[in-house]
Design a protein around this ligand. Structure first.
Ligand code: ACO
Length: 334
């Protein structure tokens, strides 16, 4: 887990402004206190300031006082953000009345702050479902140049250091796109390659996974992965990308030697791209639970500025790490 220490050190060197829309949530407050104590980021907690202060006092969290507290119902930029939201969403049918309601929603407010240049990244999801965290980010912050689809990757720290990069594999998409097209799958691969460089300081070797290796099976689902591999290679000629590969051919050298002997990626992949969200989400949970891997994420990628989603079962430590990761993404995106 030295990687996480490096990520925290990088965040400390270049402090980013990270919004925590769930400012009254206990784990979030505890993580905020530790992050402020360790000077990992500038934090903006959204919520009623009196209630946040009272809760911090009750929990004996003295560093929370160093955060900026933003009351969603009453702050000096409320009108400015409402106008910004209207400008961005009027063409999609947003009315001034609805904008006045949404601008008080902490999840919308956090994204509006980022869009307006008042914050660098956001973390939420300890209380809210994935879709509710993602929707405002997709509507307001949108994607980075050259990418039209946001996806979610996990850093999987395996017990067995033999696999991936000294035991680190990145999995994607495990969080966002239920059924990607070939074009979207290619974007997921390239985004994850960029995340490997930005977050893990790792040169990606990307395997496009399927139930077939180099033509061993014929099916339209295989065709999609073959096409995605072709597009991804075109999009990122500087990245090592290969497919279609079965999971064993991707990560086990002996199998790779038999099934894909000419591949630069097979047998030594450190990024695994799954053909659908179903596969990616199920696989990361099985590797985490049955393989006792530590899963850090989902780290959302492809967005113009970083917004990350927590699991509602997250720990204080998870929030701490995700803030540091979000700060690293913000640094890389500038
Ligand atoms: N990338 C970029 N933009 C997107 C994406 C995407 N992946 N998905 C949707 N959008 C955009 C749309 O184009 C639309 O933009 P527009 O309004 O400007 O035209 C906007 O986002 C809203 O899109 P909708 O399709 O109306 O939004 P929807 O309500 O369907 O939500 C969401 C999109 C939230 C990403 C949905 O696909 C979803 O819920 N995905 C699954 C999330 C999930 O439950 N994951 C598993 C749990 S996470 C875990 O276990 C780690």
């Amino acid at each position: 887990m030295d990687l996480i220490q490096n990520i925290i050190a990088r965040a400390k060197e270049n402090l980013q402004r990270i919004v925590l829309p769930e400012g009254l949530e206990e784990r979030t407050l505890r993580a905020a206190d530790m992050l402020l104590r360790d000077k990992v980021a500038h934090l903006i907690l959204i919520g009623n300031p009196d209630q946040i202060k009272a809760k911090a006092d009750e929990l004996k969290l003295s560093h929370v006082a160093e955060a900026t507290l933003l009351d969603p119902k009453n702050h000096e930029k409320k009108e400015e953000y409402k106008e910004l939201l209207l400008k961005l969403r009027q063409a999609k049918g947003l009315t001034p009345e609805k904008a006045a309601v949404l601008v008080e929603d902490p999840l919308y407010l956090g994204c509006l702050m980022i869009k307006n240049g008042d914050a660098d990244g956001e973390i939420a999801g300890a209380q809210n479902a994935t879709g509710d965290v993602l929707r405002p980010a997709l509507q307001i912050i949108k994607t980075m140049p050259g990418i039209s689809c946001v996806s979610g990757t996990f850093l999987m720290f395996l017990q067995d250091k033999y696999f991936g990069q000294n035991g680190l594999l990145m999995f994607a998409d495990c969080a966002v796109l239920p059924n990607p097209t070939a074009e979207q799958l290619a974007q997921i691969a390239v985004s994850t390659g960029k995340s490997a460089r930005a977050i893990a300081a790792m040169e990606p070797r990307i395997a496009m996974l399927s139930f077939s290796t180099k033509g061993s099976a014929q099916h339209e689902m295989v065709d999609k992965v073959v096409e995605a591999t072709r597009i991804a290679k075109e999009m990122a000629p500087d990245m090592q990308i290969d497919g279609e590969l079965q999971a064993d051919a991707a990560i086990i050298p002996n199998v790779a030697a038999l099934k894909a002997p000419d591949s630069f990626v097979a047998g030594k992949a450190n990024v695994l791209v799954f053909p659908s969200l179903e596969v990616g989400n199920i696989c990361y949970k099985l590797v985490q639970r049955l393989g006792h891997a530590e899963a850090v994420g989902p780290i959302l990628q492809g967005m113009a500025a970083p917004v990350n989603d927590l699991s509602r079962g997250c720990s204080v430590e998870d929030i701490y790490k995700m803030v540091a990761i979000t700060a690293n993404q913000a640094i890389a995106s500038k």
